[in-house]
Design a protein around this ligand. Structure first.
Ligand code: 5RP
Length: 273
């Protein structure tokens, strides 16, 4: 890897833990103004000190994030359909690598839809994006999307989708946690980050997902709804950081969360892992 590529990769991972807590706020690109993400700037501001990376689109970056932020940016560069479309796999690359360079981002991300009607188009687009990324020193994150078929999130399917993404050259793969996740990790030679998916029932379940993913070998999280749809997003992301960076157990993570909630609001500091 050239220095630029290595530098961008290094900036996304905590040098001590080697892990990352990416904060995903890119949902609007196909879901519109998702609950609690109606105004991304407002949702994002209190979470910025705790996000190792922020994942979003160029439109939200330009309109809702001050150019003074220090967080590395993971730019979503695919899109083209909405939740109203029958086939969510009908995506293409919507933002060229030149623009990602101009926006000074750390990596670009696109969805691939393995086993879906547009499998071929999204996989070949990933190959082309990796070629552009290699030429520009820009890491590419492949997102193994499942569209509306959430039941696809099992080890057999995800290990196929992750491995194919890595074979096409993705530098990082974003996927879902599943039972037997270590099988997905074993088959994928690049770092895996785990999405949260739809909001889970309780805080403990979120921390358990993060804990089990890290224990199985994930390099971190790229999580959205289970952080900013929480009633206490800052406490949640702090607890997740303890699990991801300090290898806290679920119980210890819950203690971090409860301690944060017990601290009077005005006195809560950034206290980073
Ligand atoms: C949207 C995405 C999201 O960034 C990804 O799913 C992570 O968010 P969440 O934890 O809410 O699932 O790729 O298409």
């Amino acid at each position: 890897m050239d220095w630029g590529m290595r530098n961008r990769m290094a900036r996304m991972f905590n040098p001590n833990s080697g892990h990352t807590v990416m904060l995903a706020v890119d949902h609007g690109y196909f879901m519109g103004p998702t609950r609690r993400l109606e105004n991304v700037g407002v949702t994002l501001a209190p979470l910025l000190p705790y996000a190792d990376v922020i994942a979003l689109t160029r439109g939200i970056l330009r309109t809702s994030v001050p150019p003074t932020v220090e967080n590395p940016v993971l730019l979503r560069v695919s899109g083209g359909v909405t939740v109203l479309h029958e086939d969510l796999s009908d995506e293409m690359v919507t933002t060229p690598i030149e623009e990602a360079l101009r926006l000074n981002v750390c990596a670009v991300a696109m969805s691939v839809f393995v086993g879906a009607p547009h499998e071929h188009e999204t996989l070949t687009a990933l190959g082309n994006l990796v070629s552009d990324g290699e030429a520009s020193g820009m890491p590419v994150v492949a997102i193994t999307a499942v569209g509306k078929e959430l039941e696809k999130r099992d080890a057999r399917y995800l290990s196929l989708a992750c491995r194919v993404s890595a074979e096409l050259g993705a530098h990082i793969v974003k996927t879902y946690y599943c039972e037997d996740f270590s099988r997905v990790v074993e088959g994928c030679p690049v770092p895996l980050v785990v999405a949260g998916g739809p909001k889970l029932d309780n805080d403990e379940a979120v921390l358990k997902l993060a804990h089990d993913a890290i224990a199985a070998g994930a390099a971190g999280l790229d999580m959205g709804r289970n952080i900013w749809q929480s009633d206490h997003p800052v406490a949640m992301i702090k607890a997740l950081r303890a699990v991801v960076h300090d290898r806290a157990t679920v119980r210890e993570g819950m203690e971090v969360l409860k301690a944060e909630l017990a601290t009077p609001k005005g006195t809560r500091g950034p206290a980073l892992a």
